[in-house]
Design a protein around this ligand. Structure first.
Ligand code: PHE
Length: 454
């Protein structure tokens, strides 16, 4: 059977950008920027993305498109009868672990969208001075309860199931084709609103003007980790998606487009958040993950005219970002089961998504009835988050670079990423050099720093 492919260039870009753009851009990036010194972090983040993110993305694209296989199959095809396929298995494991808790967060965004639509989000919030506490209590009450977050998580698992079952073209590609333009449109609207706030110029200055005295080795490590997470590297996602790229797809061009669009979303989020930070006098703690999106932003919306409309639009944006990412993570295992174990798409979707009814429940309940379970001081959710994103992701990315740089013939990478006589051919030596030497060393540093943090 011929391998399925994305049907158009726009479709494959939309799907890949859909994977890259996620909660990492929307709530992790602003918080990381604030915690790491504003403009200086942005500058290093951009350098990491261009100098390291894109070459590593090209390594993953070459593996996927060059072998037409899944995250494990790609390693097996290039080096059969070796243990290299373990890297693929690690990637699949990391992506599945991520899925178990990312689905829960995606569920929360769904619940908040529903609450914005039916008006419950702002119900009972009258005293403007106590608003922060009210939204905070609402969030805690919701996240720490057992039943409602679980129901929303289950709704998200069901949506994922149907989209994945519809297939690569009719499910993933079709969904991304209309969701990604909506996402960019919503971001532009919010950026416009934020720029009209009274202290927006100070916010923009904080975000765009680097203070070089704040640059430390730790900031570089953090920026590198954030850029890899944001580009969905090291999880087998890009290997899997690029196996659906047609032969004629220009990989260098695609990697550049995807990275720049992912960067654009992060920058737009900075343009949205930092003017608000200055205008509403927010503090760092108000920008941390769940607080930013479920407490701070609703509080800001409540002070604007048409609060409910802004809340609905924002949670729709968040839901789109989360959904297109969960789909891409789940597809890694679906594709693996289809390729390696010759399962039908229906069976593969069932095997991937049904266990999530239990595994995601463990994550969801780790804020409620199961909060007493603590390993190394972390609940189940935080433990899986730390292990998969801080440790497994850089490890897989590093091993992938070592594999492509040292164990696969240089012609393989060269054939995949260059078209004779084009710019790509001229920059090939630089890309190969980064994959071979620079990326593995820096990723090792990220890994060591993650271990020291544990
Ligand atoms: N790039 C995604 C993001 O920024 C990373 C990711 C995708 C993480 C899917 C988990 C799951 O959110």
């Amino acid at each position: 059977m011929a391998k399925v492919k994305f049907s158009s260039k726009a479709g494959l870009i939309a799907a890949t950008v859909g994977s890259a753009v996620g909660l990492g851009n929307i709530w992790r990036f602003p918080a990381e920027t604030q915690a790491n010194g504003g403009g200086a972090f942005l500058l290093i983040y951009i350098i990491c993305m261009l100098l390291l993110g894109i070459p590593v993305m090209l390594a993953e694209f070459s593996l996927g498109r060059g072998t037409q296989s899944d995250a494990e199959g790609a390693f097996k095809k290039l080096k059969p009868d070796t243990k290299w396929n373990i890297v693929g298995i690690l990637a699949i494991t990391a992506s599945y672990l991520i899925l178990t808790f990312y689905m829960v967060v995606a569920g929360w965004t769904f619940e908040y969208m529903v609450q914005s639509i039916n008006g419950n989000l702002f119900a009972g919030i009258e005293n403007l001075n106590k608003m922060d506490a009210s939204f905070h209590n609402k969030m805690e009450e919701f996240i720490c309860s057992d039943i409602s977050p679980l129901i929303s998580t289950y709704v998200l698992i069901a949506i994922n199931f149907f989209i994945l079952l519809a297939g690569v073209q009719k499910g993933i590609e079709r969904m991304s084709n209309w969701m990604m333009p909506v996402l960019f449109f919503l971001l532009l609207i919010f950026a416009g609103v934020s720029l009209s706030l009274p202290d927006s110029v100070q916010g923009l200055e904080y975000f765009f003007k680097p203070d070089f005295s704040r640059i430390t080795p730790q900031i570089v490590v953090n920026a590198l980790g954030q850029s890899f997470f944001s580009l969905s590297l090291g999880m087998g996602i890009l290997i899997t998606y690029s196996s659906y790229y047609p032969k004629k797809t220009k990989l260098t061009h695609t990697a550049l487009t995807v990275s720049l669009l992912d960067l654009l979303v992060a920058v737009l989020m900075g343009i949205i958040i930092f003017p608000a930070v200055m205008s509403f006098g927010l503090e760092g703690s108000q920008l941390r993950g769940t607080t930013l999106v479920f407490v701070t932003l609703p509080e800001i919306f409540a002070q604007m005219p048409a609060s409910q409309m802004w809340a609905i639009l924002f949670f729709l944006l968040l839901l789109i970002a989360a959904l297109t990412s969960t789909i891409s993570v789940a597809e890694v295992t679906v594709a693996w089961l289809q390729n390696t174990f010759k399962q039908t798409r229906l069976k593969a979707c069932c095997i991937v998504l049904f266990p999530l009814f239990i595994l995601s429940a463990l994550n969801s309940l780790s804020f409620g009835s199961l909060s007493f379970i603590k390993i190394a001081g972390l609940n189940i959710f935080d433990l899986l988050d730390t292990v998969s994103t801080n440790i497994m992701l850089p490890m897989v990315a590093m091993l992938t670079c070592i594999f492509i740089g040292w164990f696969v013939s240089p012609e393989f990478l060269n054939n995949q990423i260059t078209n004779k006589g084009t710019t790509a051919q001229r920059i090939y030596p630089t890309i190969a050099f980064i994959i071979k030497f620079i990326a593995p060393v820096l990723l090792l540093l990220v890994l060591v720093s993650a271990f020291l943090d544990l």
